[in-house]
Write a protein that binds this ligand. Structure first.
Ligand SMILES: *Cc1c(COP(=O)(O)O)cnc(C)c1O
Length: 386
């Protein structure tokens, strides 16, 4: 079975983790700040705060931005559940926005209309989470302009998009957002096994992210409300969590980050090969916006069912049977019973639903061989022209 995604681990990665195991610190040592420094160097963001997952980093981002009961967060109807669960974790409400059928990212027209409508009803969200689906950045200039006009905070869920660029800058630079979040889950671009990061250019947000990730506790006397009782003293300033990343994870992440550009260019090579090979087949291939370079976390095709004699399910099953670990990213959030029961407002999104009936994620990861690619191409050709 060729999986849809897979990590690439080499001897240097293994050595980096082994070195930590032999060192004094398994957690709260030098590797976490080193990984954070490297993430800043790579993205050009001023601050990075890593955690044990992107899910945790999204929650931290929402807490740092002050999201609470009575507030609302908006995000795309097609994303992973974590993009909105961060709001529920803060006791806030969620509303969804339909996708653009070409880029699979949030639809700018729908967003603009919804904002106008919400402004009139005094029902604007506190936060918008822009998800960079499959690794391609949203049109952040446009989204920034809209959110700024209404004073809404902006989080980039860049879980798919470390290594991608937008408007000549690396995704994660936070030029157009308050906070950007990366995931280091093994199927993503680089991995720390489990892990995430929240990046920002705002010193106050960076400080909050760091505090909240470790119980809300500080050891900085200047930040305390009372004089320290002694050298042992620490003070809890607010309610946080323990979302810390271990030293083993940070060492692996830092080692992986050295190879990111190679990973992304191999992904792009595979994507280009697919797109060329699928020309003429009853398949819509990913549409790219002009000002961006995707990190190609996913390669998602959409079946042109009206030109085919087989169904979406039949194609999916035939690809699986033929040895491809194809997948479907994602089930529309409003089809998830839990989320459906909690979202407010509209619960029907025609582009997202149409996408869900046609989309398939094909294998794409750096260590795919040319033979693997050829096998994918020929099976897709067989199955879709049948
Ligand atoms: C993977 C993913 C997450 C969650 O990442 P974890 O590190 O597994 O918590 C959040 N949002 C999106 C869009 C993702 O793909």
């Amino acid at each position: 079975m060729i999986p849809y995604g897979r990590q690439s681990i080499d001897d240097a990665d293994i050595q980096a983790v082994v070195d930590v195991l032999k060192s004094d610190f398994l957690t709260q040592g030098p590797k976490v700040p080193e990984f954070e420094r490297r993430l800043c160097e790579y993205t050009n963001a001023k601050f990075a705060s890593v955690s044990n997952s992107a899910t945790s980093s999204l929650h931290l981002a929402c807490m740092a931005l002050g999201l609470k009961e009575g507030d609302c967060l908006w995000s795309s109807a097609i994303t992973y559940v974590a993009s909105v669960n961060c709001a529920f974790s803060c006791g806030a409400d969620v509303e969804l926005i339909d996708i653009d059928p070409q880029t699979y990212n949030i639809c700018l027209n729908s967003l603009g209309e919804k904002l106008k409508h919400a402004a009139k009803k005094n029902a604007l969200p506190k936060i918008i989470v822009a998800v960079h689906m499959a690794g391609q950045s949203c049109d952040m200039k446009a989204i920034r302009e809209m959110s700024q006009a209404y004073g809404i905070k902006l989080i980039e869920d860049a879980s798919h998009a470390i290594g991608a660029s937008y408007a000549g800058k690396k995704v994660g630079c936070c030029e157009y957002s308050d906070i950007s979040v990366f995931s280091f889950h093994p199927v993503k671009i680089i991995t720390s096994a489990e892990g995430g990061a929240a990046l920002t250019n705002c010193p106050a947000l960076a400080e909050k992210l760091n505090l909240l990730r470790s119980h809300g506790i500080t050891r900085d006397p200047d930040a305390m409300t009372e004089a320290p009782h002694g050298p042992w003293y620490y003070q809890q300033l607010m309610l946080g969590a323990n979302y810390r990343m271990t030293e083993l994870q940070a060492a692996l992440g830092a080692s992986q980050l050295r190879k990111i550009d190679r990973f992304v260019s191999r992904r792009a090579e595979i994507a280009n090969e697919y797109t060329d090979a699928f020309e003429g087949l009853p398949i819509a291939t990913p549409q790219l916006i002009s000002d961006a370079q995707s990190a190609w976390h996913l390669y998602i095709i959409q079946l042109k069912l009206d030109e085919m004699s087989v169904t979406h399910l039949e194609v999916f099953e035939a690809l699986r049977k033929g040895g491809l670990g194809v997948n479907l990213h994602y089930i529309p959030l409003h089809f998830q019973p839990y989320i459906r029961s909690r979202i407010r407002g509209v619960k029907q999104f025609s582009n997202a639903e149409r996408y869900y009936g046609r989309a398939i994620s094909l294998p794409i990861f750096p260590q795919m061989t040319n033979e693997d690619c050829d096998a994918v191409i020929s099976l897709v050709r067989d199955v879709t022209s049948g």
